[in-house]
Structure formats: structure tokens, C-alpha cells
Write a protein that binds this ligand. Structure first.
Ligand code: PMV
Length: 347
């Protein structure tokens, strides 16, 4: 097939890890398996226009973010293209115009690399499929996830929903270090429409990029034990997803969040990415849970924001609690309501 020009448009959501990916080997191979909830509302929408060009020596692309040229993202895309060229040999044949926007506020401290890289990977796969129509849907999504991984590791978990695992794991069939896969077992109805309210505690620039963070797991005194623990926690979650035991779910999820931060606090150099308000919120959540027995818990990314996770049936009481007691700890009172979602979508 030969295609002169055209365009595609995809949205891809953010995701929140329950068992955290922290530490990697060469080529974005994770040091341990992870699992995440795909989100529904926080997403990137990317339009990719392409046109055949004469000179095929270099990559050629323009980048727009929220309608404006965005020069500072270009090196990241250039590096991404270099990494994936072996999988998409047509990349230098086209000039690309990448037009991208997020549904969540810019500089909210929410990482847009997962949704952004996933959305771009989906578009590139649409072109790949147009050029090679004989491809199964499974292959399409698997390769899209593989490409997204090469953009940003956790992005490979944003292609599909609702629960996605990435990284080879003894008890998960078809699991791979190369791409994320939909969780292949039954998921208990307790997790149906599971809620994630993201409290924006600190919207400042990250003190430590995830690239630097992953690197700090090399020669980290607790690395090997941590990687083994991630396997153990994933094993436990497999059982929990099937039996719906939220008490056990909470133990794993909160422990994983604190362990991620513990790894940062015990690396050299060391970092504290939580803010005082992060701890205030955690303590309030624990108090509320104790008093009400409502199974609400928290998780954290590599930053100060808090993801509040809870069952859909408790939505009303938890949102009231958030408004009454937690909003005061958010920067400008800002929080985002999200829930478990199904993955990337072509628009
Ligand atoms: O995808 P990266 O390289 O930005 O790493 C993200 C790592 C965490 O968000 C902290 C954990 C995870 O598994 O998503």
C-alpha cells in the first residue's frame, strides 16, 4: 500500500498504578511487573496529520500543544521516533503534524506522558494498519502498547482498560515486559466503576524526573527486595481482584504507594516528594475509614498529589468527605473526579 496523506485522531487516558513500576533495565524493560487502573476522564487527545515527503533522511514533524507550537516537547518526540523506527520503517517517509491537548489542566502535576505517548502511539499504529491492512486487532493493540512503552514506560498501560498489567509475572498468562495486557481474570463487581478522585496538592514542576527516579534504583540498597515484593503484591492482587476483598486491596495499594516514596527517600541522592498536605490528607483518609468503615484508600504517583480510590457505591459519602475535609489541603481547592475506564479510543 502507498498512502500520500491523511490524518487520524485518538484519545488515550492516564492510568494509576496499584503495584508501582519503579526501576528499569535497558530499552524500557521494567525491573518489576506493575498493574494499574486505566482512567476515564483524564486523557490526551491527539490528531496526527501525515503527508509523504521527498527527502527521507530525517524525521520531520511539527508539534502543537493546545493549538500553539510547542518546541520544548520536540526532543522527546525525536527520541521516541528514533526508538520506534525499527518497528515503523515508514516514519521518515512522512512529514507529521502532531496536534495534542489534555482534558486535565496543564501543569496540574498530573503526568501527561502516559496518556500523551499512548495517544501518539495509537495514531502511528493507525497509519501502520492503513499501510498493512492484514493485521488482527490483538496485534494492533499489542504493538500500540509496545510503542507507547518506548515513549514512556507506564504509557503502555494506557492503551487498554480497565485493569492492565505490564511486566512478566509467573501467575499472569500472556504477561510481558514488552507491552501491557488486559488483566486476564475475572474482576469482582466491587471494582466496577471504581472511583479515583485526584487531589491536586502541589502543581509545581517535579523535583525529580521519572527517568532520574528509575535510574536511582540501580545500586539502590533495597532494590532486589523491592522488585521481589512487587511480584508478591501482584500475586496477592490477582486473588483480591477475583474475590473483591477490599480490606486486603487497601493494604496492598497503600503499602505500594508508601513503598514507592520510601524508595525515593532511601536512594542516593534522596528525595521527599510528599508535601505536608499529602500527609494531612493521608491521615484524614485513615481517620474517615476508621470511623465510617467505608473502604476508601489512597495511592500516590511520583509527586505530592493524592489519588483517592473508592467503590462507586460509596461515591456520595466520599465526595462529601472530600469537600468537607480534604479540599482545603488542595492547591486552589482543585481536584479532579475520575473513574476506571476502558482505554484508548479512535475519534
Ligand atoms: O512511565 P514513567 O517512566 O514516567 O514512570 C512512572 C512511574 C510511576 O508513575 C511512579 C509508577 C507507575 O507504575 O506508573
Amino acid at each position: 500500500e502507498s498512502i500520500e496523506s491523511g490524518n487520524f485522531q485518538w484519545s488515550a487516558p492516564s492510568n494509576i498504578a496499584l503495584v508501582k513500576y519503579w526501576g528499569k533495565k535497558a530499552n524500557q524493560i521494567p525491573a518489576n511487573p506493575s498493574v494499574s487502573f486505566t482512567l476515564n476522564n483524564c486523557k490526551t487527545i491527539t490528531k496526527l496529520a501525515f503527508a509523504k515527503k521527498q527527502n527521507t533522511d530525517n524525521f520531520s514533524f511539527d508539534l502543537f500543544f493546545e493549538g500553539k507550537p510547542k518546541e520544548d516537547f520536540k526532543p522527546k518526540i525525536q527520541k521516541f521516533f528514533e526508538r520506534i523506527e525499527i518497528y515503523l520503517p515508514f516514519l521518515k517517509d512522512y512529514h507529521f503534524t502532531i496536534d495534542t491537548q489534555n482534558t486535565f489542566p496543564h501543569s496540574s502535576g498530573i503526568a501527561s506522558s502516559a496518556s500523551g505517548m499512548a495517544a501518539l502511539a495509537m495514531n502511528l499504529m493507525s497509519l501502520e494498519k492503513a499501510l498493512n491492512p492484514a493485521m488482527t486487532e490483538d496485534y494492533f493493540y499489542q504493538k500500540a502498547s509496545l510503542l507507547a512503552r518506548l515513549g514512556s514506560g507506564s504509557a503502555c498501560r494506557s492503551v487498554k482498560g480497565q485493569v492492565v498489567t505490564w511486566g512478566q509475572q509467573r501467575n499472569i498468562k500472556r504477561s510481558s515486559d514488552l507491552y501491557g495486557v488486559e488483566f486476564p481474570y475475572n474482576i469482582h463487581e466491587n471494582f466496577k466503576n471504581y472511583q479515583d478522585t485526584i487531589l491536586l496538592v502541589d502543581k509545581g514542576e517535579k523535583q525529580v524526573s521519572s527517568t532520574v527516579g528509575h535510574d536511582l534504583m540501580h545500586n539502590h540498597p533495597f532494590a532486589e527486595r523491592r522488585f521481589a515484593q512487587a511480584h508478591e503484591n501482584l500475586d496477592k492482587l490477582i486473588v483480591i481482584f477475583e474475590n473483591g476483598n477490599l480490606e486486603e486491596f487497601i493494604k496492598i495499594v497503600e503499602s505500594e504507594a508508601l513503598t514507592l516514596h520510601a524508595m525515593m527517600m532511601t536512594s542516593m541522592p534522596y528525595f521527599i516528594l510528599m508535601k505536608p498536605n499529602t500527609l494531612e490528607i493521608i491521615n484524614k483518609i485513615w481517620k474517615f475509614r476508621n470511623e465510617t468503615q467505608i473502604p476508601v484508600c489512597f495511592t500516590l504517583d511520583a509527586g505530592a498529589n493524592v489519588h483517592v480510590l473508592y467503590p462507586n457505591k460509596d461515591k456520595e459519602s466520599v465526595l462529601q468527605f472530600i469537600k468537607d475535609e480534604l479540599v482545603g489541603y488542595c492547591q486552589n481547592g482543585q481536584y479532579l473526579c475520575d473513574e476506571i475506564g476502558t482505554g484508548a479510543m479512535q475519534l
